[in-house]
Design a protein around this ligand. Structure first.
Ligand SMILES: Nc1ncnc2c1ncn2[C@@H]1O[C@H](COP(=O)(O)OP(=O)(O)OP(=O)(O)O)[C@@H](O)[C@H]1O
Length: 237
């Protein structure tokens, strides 16, 4: 059993077939890049995996179970989806305190997570005063709160400065090297090429390629390989 297993997912929104039989896995110790054009079905797959959307058919399992059946979701999987959930009037620390309490995690987890993302000094400022990269770091801290072994991150590098990108890369590498699993959805191919072990490329609701980074790149740059793979799929929006 792999930490993330997605099997033959189908999902439609009205007439739009967002997923047409998507299957892939993410193994222990691996950073898995999830790539695909706008509208390819990446977010839909991730939302189903995290119990935020329901598939018409198929299975999405984290540690062998549907998200809704996990005994302690926050200790099992950490997710960074978008920054819409941050209350501008609240401090970063308070935001994490609320999440920790809701997830039945000890309050001490907040300081640990803030330290991990380099936000200890700015933790008591209001979120409304944060830069995009600082909000992103608080989102990452939220994902790390329960010290999960699985991370699901949608565009985590968004807004990070070069030092922040390098830090994120190092953090994801050591997370995976310690036996963790990372599913990383991104459009920033250069970032993905530097950190991913495996790739899943989705287009028009189907998996176009899946395997170790070097195999998918097939001796070319990731950008060329990606553009070749997705040339026929223009997204569905
Ligand atoms: N809530 C929704 N209602 C209607 N259609 C939706 C909804 N969510 C997604 N879709 C459609 O499903 C398809 C897949 O969208 P999805 O958001 O999964 O793509 P994506 O690969 O994450 O794209 P992006 O890179 O732009 O984030 C698109 O055609 C999109 O318009």
């Amino acid at each position: 059993m792999h930490p993330i297993e997605i099997t033959d997912l189908h999902k439609s929104y009205g007439p739009v077939e967002a997923l047409r039989g998507v299957s892939f896995t993410a193994a222990e110790g691996r950073v898995v890049g999830l790539l695909g054009p706008n509208g390819a079905g990446k977010s839909t797959s991730v939302h189903i995996l995290l119990g935020l959307a329901r598939a018409a058919s198929g299975r999405a399992a984290i540690s062998g179970r549907a998200y809704a059946d996990l005994d302690h979701p926050a200790r099992t999987v950490g997710a960074l989806l978008d920054q819409g959930g941050l209350h501008r009037g609240r401090s970063g620390r308070d935001h994490l305190r609320v999440l920790a309490a809701a997830a039945r995690l000890p309050e001490a987890a907040v300081a640990v997570a803030l330290e991990k993302v380099g936000m200890t000094r700015a933790a008591d400022r209001r979120v409304g005063t944060y830069s995009l990269g600082m909000r992103q770091r608080i989102g990452l801290a939220a994902a790390l709160l329960g010290e999960p072994r699985i991370l699901v991150l949608d565009e985590p590098a968004n807004g990070l400065d070069p030092a922040g990108m390098a830090w994120l890369r190092g953090m994801l590498r050591s997370f995976a090297d310690g036996g963790g699993t990372v599913l990383l959805a991104s459009h920033v191919l250069a970032e993905v090429a530097q950190v991913a072990d495996d790739l899943v490329v989705i287009g028009e609701g189907r998996v176009l390629a899946d395997g170790p980074l070097a195999d998918v790149m097939a001796g070319d740059t990731l950008e060329h390989a990606y553009l070749d793979l997705t040339a026929a799929s223009e997204g569905m929006f």
